[in-house]
Design a binder for this molecule. Structure first.
Ligand code: FAD
Length: 411
């Protein structure tokens, strides 16, 4: 919202004319650590604001994991402004609705129209997209205006100079450092002077993608792909989300369940058989979908409190994305918040004309973003409880309320 208000106030209309063509009159050398969705969005916005970007990434190749991601209107609106609207429309799927179902019977307990209605209400569409496609979209946008250095893990930082030291021993200097290095951020420790302890939520997430071709032949599954919705099956302590990606040729599955000793990692593998056993009490249609899973990723879900600050006292380092506000995926807003951060910091730094403004602008960035991201962190945590209620009076009351809202929606 803040990004949008700022952008509207600037009269932004398209990717080629970001910030109304305004560039900072003082151009900085900015080091961004981390080539995730947040780092790439920041590279684009800050380069468009007139700064020189060096992006340091520890991995040896560019890309993202094999999983889907939800792109809500607060983000698709920004992406459209950045000139990505048409490409996004081609490579993403626009779901018609979200449907909530009871896990054991498949009974529909909740329904909200999305599709065109979402665009009408929020001014931009809701999309589902493959993470690798999303990452490539942002990479192609940012790449022409940044210097990317792969295999460049940052192992030390001097906040006063400021500079970072790479694993090779090389020191990279800049005027400003942005830590977009994710949930286990090294830069966060430098900013806080301590680590931010993580609390186990007790949940882990399996993620898998299956082809949808067989679903067209099955009368029970056909609708999931031919009239694509996001479907959420809610169960005690678990839930399953399913949605189509890649021109509806693939179905993305996210399965939240009690953690049984997994690790917090994008790339850790899980056992498809264990996953099927864990969800064997879900309705028969779910069993048909899970039967098609060959391999899964498994991510341990950890919760973290909002940080007291995102800006180092030197005023030369700031955090962005998961490094400053990691959140649980129950509202699908982690990457969304990182991309909004990028839009705000880019806009602010397009006004830079003097070195003395760097620290105040970083604090303004934090002030503009803090409350919204902290609230999103908190509401994401709350959704875990709502989705995972044990069978009984509270669950019945939840389902009753959802049904009332659904009837109103369907009228
Ligand atoms: P990351 O994507 O983690 O990127 C950090 C980068 O920094 C990585 O490339 C890493 O290699 C690099 N790096 C780390 N340390 C160093 C170092 N020392 N030196 C150099 N490089 C380094 N969000 C949504 O908006 N919608 C969703 O539908 C959604 N679904 C999700 C589902 C699950 C199961 C989970 C777990 C999360 C989900 N999220 C979703 C959250 C979202 O994926 C994250 O919030 C987002 O990826 C954070 O982006 P980032 O750029 O801040 O960090």
């Amino acid at each position: 919202v803040v990004a949008d208000q700022l952008a509207n106030a600037e009269g932004l209309s398209g990717g080629l004319n970001l910030y109304n063509g305004r560039k900072a009159s003082l151009s900085l050398d900015i080091i961004i650590v981390g080539c995730g969705l947040g780092g790439l969005a920041a590279a684009h916005c800050l380069s468009q604001a007139g700064h020189k970007i060096t992006l340091l990434e520890s991995a040896s190749a560019i890309g993202d994991v094999g999983a889907g991601i939800q792109v809500s209107p607060n983000v698709s609106r920004l992406l459209r402004r950045w000139g990505l609207g048409q490409t996004l429309q081609k490579i993403a799927v626009m779901p018609e609705a979200i449907t909530f179902r009871r896990y054991s019977t498949g009974e529909r307990v909740g329904y909200t129209k999305w599709g065109k209605k979402m665009t009408e209400e929020y001014g931009a569409p809701y999309y589902h997209i493959h993470r690798a496609d999303f990452h490539k979209l942002l990479f192609d946008l940012a790449a022409p205006n940044m210097k990317l250095r792969l295999k460049s893990a940052v192992v030390d930082v001097d906040p006063d100079e400021p500079s970072v030291t790479l694993q090779t021993g090389e020191v990279v200097r800049g005027d400003l450092i942005i830590g977009a290095d994710g949930v286990k951020s090294f830069l966060q420790q430098a900013v806080l002077g301590r680590t931010n302890p993580a609390r186990a939520t007790g949940d882990a997430a399996y993620r898998a993608i299956i082809p949808t071709d067989f679903m067209h032949e099955d009368p029970e599954l056909k609708a999931f792909v031919e009239e694509p919705e996001m479907t959420a099956w809610m169960a005690p302590g678990r839930h399953l989300m399913a949605y189509c990606i890649r021109a509806k040729k693939e179905l993305n599955l996210v399965l939240l369940h009690p953690d049984d000793g997994s690790v917090e990692s994008w790339s850790a593998e899980g056992s498809a058989d264990k996953m099927r056993a864990e969800f064997s009490d879900f309705e028969p249609r779910v069993q048909k979908l899970l039967a098609k899973v060959d391999s899964t990723l498994k991510w341990r879900l950890m919760d973290r409190q909002p940080l007291e600050t995102w800006v180092h006292k030197s005023g030369k380092i700031a955090l962005l994305g998961d490094s400053c506000h990691p959140m649980l995926p129950y509202r699908a807003q982690g990457a969304a918040m990182a991309i909004e951060d990028a839009a705000v910091i880019g806009n602010l730094f397009s006004h830079l004309s003097h070195r003395d403004q760097i620290a105040p602008l970083l604090h303004a960035y934090q002030d503009l973003r803090y409350e919204r991201t902290a609230n999103t962190q908190a509401s994401s945590t709350l959704n875990q409880k709502i989705f995972h209620l044990p069978d009984g009076p509270e669950q019945e009351a939840r389902d009753y309320d959802m049904k009332i809202a659904m009837e109103a929606e369907l009228k």
